[in-house]
Design a protein around this ligand. Sequence first.
Ligand SMILES: Cc1cc2nc3c(=O)[nH]c(=O)nc-3n(C[C@H](O)[C@H](O)[C@H](O)COP(=O)(O)OP(=O)(O)OC[C@H]3O[C@@H](n4cnc5c(N)ncnc54)[C@H](O)[C@@H]3O)c2cc1C
Length: 293
Amino acid sequence: MERNYPLHLLSTWRIGGPAETVYWPESVEDLSNVWMRAQEAEIPVRLIGRGSNVLFPDEGLPGITLVTTSLRGIEWGDYTVRVEAGYTLARLAQEVGERGWSGLEFARGIPGSIGGAIMMNAGAHGYDMASCVLSVSTLWADGTIKKLERDEFEFDYRFCSLRSHAWILETQLIFRPGEREQILRSMKENLTKRTANQPLEEPNAGSVFRNPPGDSAGRLIEAAGWKGKSIGGAKVSEKHANFIVNTAQAKSADVLALIESIKLDVQLKYGITLQTEVESILTGNRGVTKKEE
Ligand SMILES: Cc1cc2nc3c(=O)[nH]c(=O)nc-3n(C[C@H](O)[C@H](O)[C@H](O)COP(=O)(O)OP(=O)(O)OC[C@H]3O[C@@H](n4cnc5c(N)ncnc54)[C@H](O)[C@@H]3O)c2cc1C
């Protein structure tokens, strides 16, 4: 447990003030115990994975920030794997590919945790997590731990119906037989494309906006003239207009101001309302806020 911990160390954007308390649960039981105790004491709690899709506030966060990265249990089956929420998605993709199993080729360059990837329904190249999830084990607001089969919740583009209702503790994923060399080659090609097209050398949080139906947020932002523009230390990447990079100790407020300016401008010029993909983590309980209906 750490007190007064700099949140910028927990975010790939490298932005955020101090967190009152940060805790890395060592097991699923540990995590649910902390949740229950915090509930009783009315302490605000939120949970993150690898912080690759979050914007933390400059003023920091009260209460407890839980980080899943120590939940890394894994158990291999026959074209299946049972894996805890904090396991790294990119690492799992590589390990699945090494076995000659197909299904996670798209995920090799996505820097989140398994839990975060399911909650965001992370995807690329036309594929996403929805295609390989068999079941999830979840923690609900009243402390119930419940295994849900794939047909008991929904996925959509960068959406999972469990978001804001439950936390993912672990999941079972399923893959297809494939050709090992071809899978590894395809992952390598995907990584090469990312290095060419994304500003990986500067702190960022991936795509900031969701693609509107039939269009690309990057194309609209570039067409509106935002590529390379900055507010404070936050800048629209020269390499990819849907990435905002932290060039010089950017503040959360700089990123939010840039997001709002882009949204307004794209709305005025093209009549399209961009929606953010990145999660803005403010204060209070996040992740398990409502009981199951
Ligand atoms: C360079 C770069 C490239 C990227 N490329 C892609 C891409 O191609 N496709 C794509 O989809 N995304 C991409 N992303 C975004 C990001 O990696 C994914 O959204 C990822 O799945 C987020 O996982 P995380 O563990 O980092 O989640 P975090 O950022 O830690 O959290 C994101 C949200 O998920 C919630 N959450 C996290 N873990 C859990 C859990 N166990 N249970 C419940 N809720 C949870 C958090 O509360 C938060 O609301 C990219 C990011 C970067 C920096």
